[in-house]
Design a protein around this ligand. Sequence first.
Ligand SMILES: Cc1cc2nc3c(=O)[nH]c(=O)nc-3n(C[C@H](O)[C@H](O)[C@H](O)COP(=O)(O)OP(=O)(O)OC[C@H]3O[C@@H](n4cnc5c(N)ncnc54)[C@H](O)[C@@H]3O)c2cc1C
Length: 425
Amino acid sequence: MADWKNWSGMHAAQPKLMARPQTIEQLQDVVQTAPGPVRVTGSGHSFTQLVPSDGTIVSVNALSGLKGHDSSACTATVGAGTRLGELTQILHSIDQALANMGDIDQQTLAGALGTATHGTGSTLGAYHTLVEDVEFVDGKGAIRRYSKADNAEMLQAIGVALGCFGILTQVTLKNMQSYRLHKRRYVLPISDMLANFFPMMQGHRSAEFFYVPFSSSAIFVSSDLTDEPATSRPPEEDEDGLKTLKMLRTYLRYIPWARRKLIAGALRKMPREDYVEEWLKVYTSDRRTRFNEMEYHVPIEEGPKAIAEIIALGEKHFPEVYFPLEVRTVAADEMWLSPFYKRPTCSIAVHHDALEDPYPYFAAIEPIFKRHGGRPHWGKMHTLTGADLARLYPRWKDAMDVRRELDPDNRFVSPYIARLIGLDG
Ligand SMILES: Cc1cc2nc3c(=O)[nH]c(=O)nc-3n(C[C@H](O)[C@H](O)[C@H](O)COP(=O)(O)OP(=O)(O)OC[C@H]3O[C@@H](n4cnc5c(N)ncnc54)[C@H](O)[C@@H]3O)c2cc1C
């Protein structure tokens, strides 16, 4: 039995020690004395091997909750192990709000920051752009604190850090006053969606779309700030929808015209969604059906071309795929290891049933992402290693110099991390 497993079940580990420090002093002791490599886990929602170690896996779940807040600056300091769902409740209770969120709220804050987790919105940055200051334990076991105000460059170096620069203990976030969102969802032909990609994706505060394989249709979802009173969010139907798509895939895999006709019919009947709710009730959903995922971030202008190529290739060669493709946008930022570094981005995600082999599909799609200049999501499946990544990240070498300074004995470097950051050769 594995002691640690990721959400999709793809990766597991049996470390010599599973450490759950209750205090920062205990965490310092783990970093200084536990069997290496020392990798830190959040809630295990990454699809890559960032966390596995045969030495020590440490969880800072105990370091969670509100540590303090400043109402006039609209900032809040929380333990790094706080789950995003708990974070939304904490912020709501002090009349603060996250500017944006991704698809789920099960990740820890530190885990989300570690991989540049993001939502959608061409003017909205990923979670790490909210960080004002951090406290962490470095590879020597020393406590370090950096703030945007005093050392902006250091924060840019460590803002997205893959658990390689230190173990975060607490984070201060710059938030907003609470707000409501007007959310809308409707179906349109994928040809119209791609022809109007820029006005549609940039014409709302947040916008994204899903392409259902073998449907020729996109499901477009937008949300905008509003003063209208809250109505209520309709019940979620995503899980039932996935079951239907899987059933059609299984029975009509070799009759694509019938599969297309039935899916198109079902999507035509899908009710439009149109409601107003508090921010924390709008962004996230339940994701119960397990999958594996590859997501790349391409320059926004490359988005429509890359999407069209992925759809064509998938429908020609991979009839087993039934999970929708997800397309989002993310604002550029300044963090050196952020996939959005100085680049307005279109994020494109492909998913594959966790009970089935994802590798042939992902191996076929990845060259499309690469051709369009994609940078991989750090927490989602990809095959890039240090040399590839150094070419994609202009400040790569500077970031690696900072990593060496913070972890000179490579306490946080597992074999996977060594390949990822180019320490294996
Ligand atoms: C169902 C599902 C939906 C998802 N939706 C989205 C989405 O909408 N947008 C998106 O961008 N991603 C999404 N993801 C990916 C997910 O957000 C990231 O993989 C995220 O990193 C997972 O957080 P975690 O807490 O599970 O961290 P883990 O996966 O456990 O760890 C991630 C990284 O963070 C590091 N880390 C964890 N804790 C600390 C700490 N205290 N200090 C320093 N480093 C630390 C780890 O070492 C590791 O490198 C989704 C994943 C799943 C399974």
